[in-house]
Design a protein around this ligand. Structure first.
Ligand SMILES: NC(=O)c1ccc[n+]([C@@H]2O[C@H](COP(=O)([O-])OP(=O)(O)OC[C@H]3O[C@@H](n4cnc5c(N)ncnc54)[C@H](OP(=O)(O)O)[C@@H]3O)[C@@H](O)[C@H]2O)c1
Length: 286
């Protein structure tokens, strides 16, 4: 990008003024003495110099080909961001036209360092990486994989990092121990590495249209009416053990909107946002 640098010439004392500008090196600073003039400065001519372009916003979505990740990519493209995704299978089965505007990287957060190149030039990361399986697998995919990503992003100077975590599920926490221990370990790493630019979203059940093997499954049939009823049951959701059963489900487009805002708005407060906070932020950004 080229920036215009003005050459300031005073009609009476142009020689002394120009020498003061030159002495400042690049002309950005003017000496106070030489500013003591009777007449205002005039811009008589301009010249151009090459300076680096301002950094544009580039978002990397980890797991951008998944259910939540694909909605996040779409929302970010709608907002004019440059969007990249990283996952083990790359673009995978997404056929939608918007998907051609995403830069697809293939890589495994649990393997060698080659995937770290995907972080080059990135200003914010949103991680949707997570999954189920044996306890040790769940710890790795929800915990270790995200911890690797958080460390690499902070070492590369990425400014903001949003992690899609999960609300406690009460009794199910014991059955899905690896899942929740992994989530909480990744959260701790994020809060440590990103005290100012780290945001953790903790939704309960997320509903919307999930693409499975090219087919679109409308999960809203269950989720939407439950959300209507349960978003007014906040006190019940705080009951020990059974409380999480009253956590309202949330629409995937709402999660995507809040995640993109958290990744790009420098005044979005860092820390943990529960499902009620997610619903509140989405109403504010309408
Ligand atoms: N869906 C819900 O109701 C819900 C509720 C609460 C919280 N969450 C959380 O929200 C996040 C997204 O959920 P989702 O339903 O969208 O899951 P999903 O569809 O299974 O997406 C997970 C993504 O992670 C990628 N991935 C997995 N392991 C990876 C690795 N080692 N390296 C790179 N990429 C990897 C997967 O792509 P590849 O397989 O191609 O690698 C996929 O894109 C998860 O953390 C989940 O725990 C979901």
């Amino acid at each position: 990008m080229r920036t215009i640098v003005s050459r300031l010439i005073n009609s009476r004392s142009s020689v002394s003024r120009l020498s003061a500008i030159t002495a400042s090196g690049n002309g950005r600073y003017l000496s106070t003495d030489s500013n003591k003039v009777d007449e205002p400065l005039k811009v008589e001519e301009a010249e151009t110099v090459n300076v680096p372009p301002p950094p544009s916003e580039k978002l990397l979505v980890l797991g951008g080909n998944g259910f939540v990740g694909s909605h996040i990519c779409r929302e970010a493209l709608d907002r004019g961001l440059t969007v990249a995704s990283l996952s083990r299978s790359g673009r995978s089965s997404l056929r939608d036209s918007w998907a051609t505007n995403v830069i697809w990287h293939q890589g495994n957060l649990l393997s060698s360092d080659s995937w770290k190149e995907a972080l080059d030039g990135v200003t914010a990361v949103i991680s949707c990486v997570g999954g189920f399986g044996s306890n040790s697998y769940m710890y790795k995919i929800n915990g270790t994989a995200n911890i690797n990503a958080i460390r690499a992003a902070s070492e590369k100077g990425v400014k903001r990092f949003v992690y899609i975590s999960a609300a406690d599920s009460g009794v199910a926490n014991y059955l899905l121990q690896g899942y929740y221990e992994g989530k909480r370990a990744a959260e701790t790493e994020l809060l440590t590495r990103y005290p100012y630019g780290g945001v953790i979203l903790r939704p309960g059940f997320i509903y919307g249209t999930r693409t499975v093997g090219g087919m679109k499954l409308p999960l809203g049939v269950i989720g939407s009416p439950m959300e209507m009823v349960l978003q007014h049951a906040k006190p019940l959701s705080q009951l020990p053990l059974v409380g999480p059963l009253f956590t309202p489900p949330v629409n995937v487009t709402v999660v995507a909107k809040v995640a993109v805002r958290a990744a790009t708005d420098p005044v979005f407060p860092p820390g943990i946002v529960d499902v009620h906070g997610i619903l509140r932020y989405s109403q504010k950004s309408r």
